[in-house]
Design a protein around this ligand. Structure first.
Ligand code: NDP
Length: 240
């Protein structure tokens, strides 16, 4: 059956590409999603990968969702914290809800999933956790104090948890994607996107599969000596 991997937000975009890459590497893969049942159904029909619906920003729901996965599929060996949202706006116009939703889901989701998965990994003395950060958590971005703070937090979370897992065969790493061609970036107005692409040295958006290759490496047995590390995959847009 191979290792069991759970990818949050795995039914679309980068998460979907990660699910496919891990499965190609022989893992049994499970996706999670929040609410878009139609996309989740199409994803499962097309890939055969099951999708479990729960909000990773909700602590109890996440513990229950992971317990259900463990019962129905098996113990979780690989956790990819990919689920994320944006609620952009300048600080003056950003509501507390816009701040709180992004912190709760993007950063709180990593904590909730790790609480569910880390103890079992420690008992079994093997685990891989890969957190999806962002170039905007490294460099900041106008109109994104919520998103940049949550993503920057993911990088600190990664380095702290890496220290806790090291002696138990658990690696914890992060990927900081640049601008990738997904629904999230499709929501950016075209004139803004043109200006963004003009600043990417390789001259194009990234593909979801290019992020997935990095995750597959971190999740592999061969990645055992790599922990607490952040891999930037951004076409040279931000060299960190
Ligand atoms: P998409 O918006 O295309 O997909 C988001 C996925 O996350 C969906 O499956 C969605 O489920 C799921 N999701 C959202 N909220 C929750 C939640 N509360 N609980 C569980 N699942 C949830 O995103 P991308 O593929 O573009 O982005 C994936 C990750 O990569 C995010 O963390 C994002 O911040 C990060 N990233 C993306 C970049 C880009 O350029 N696209 C750049 C840098 C980082 P549903 O379908 O049900 O809504």
């Amino acid at each position: 059956m191979g290792r069991i991997a759970v990818v949050t937000g795995g039914t679309r975009g980068i998460g979907r590409a990660i699910c496919e890459a891990l499965r190609e590497n022989g893992m049994t893969v499970v996706a999670n999603y929040a609410g878009n049942d139609e996309k989740a159904r199409a994803f499962t029909e097309e890939t055969g990968i099951p999708a479990y619906k729960f909000d990773v920003g909700e602590h109890e729901a996440t513990l229950e969702g992971c317990a259900k996965i463990a019962e129905e599929v098996g113990p979780i060996d690989v956790l990819v914290n990919n689920a994320g949202i944006t609620r952009d706006g300048v600080l003056a116009k950003m509501s507390f809800d816009d701040w709180n939703d992004v912190m709760r889901i993007n950063l709180g989701g990593c904590f909730n999933m790790a609480k569910a998965c880390f103890p079992g990994m420690r008992e079994r003395k093997w685990g891989r956790i890969v957190n999806i950060g962002s170039i905007n958590g490294q460099a900041g971005q106008y109109g994104q104090v919520n998103y940049a703070a949550a993503k920057s937090g993911i990088h600190g979370f990664t380095k702290a948890l890496a220290q806790e897992g090291a002696r138990s065969g658990i690696t914890v790493n992060a990927i900081a994607p640049g601008y990738i061609d997904t629904d999230m970036v499709a929501a950016v107005p075209e004139n803004v996107l043109e200006k963004i692409v003009a600043k990417i040295p390789v001259g194009r958006l990234g593909q979801a599969s290019e992020i997935a290759r990095g995750v597959a490496f971190f999740a592999s047995d061969e990645g055992a000596f790599v922990t607490g590390s952040t891999l930037s995959i951004n076409g040279g847009q931000h060299m960190y």
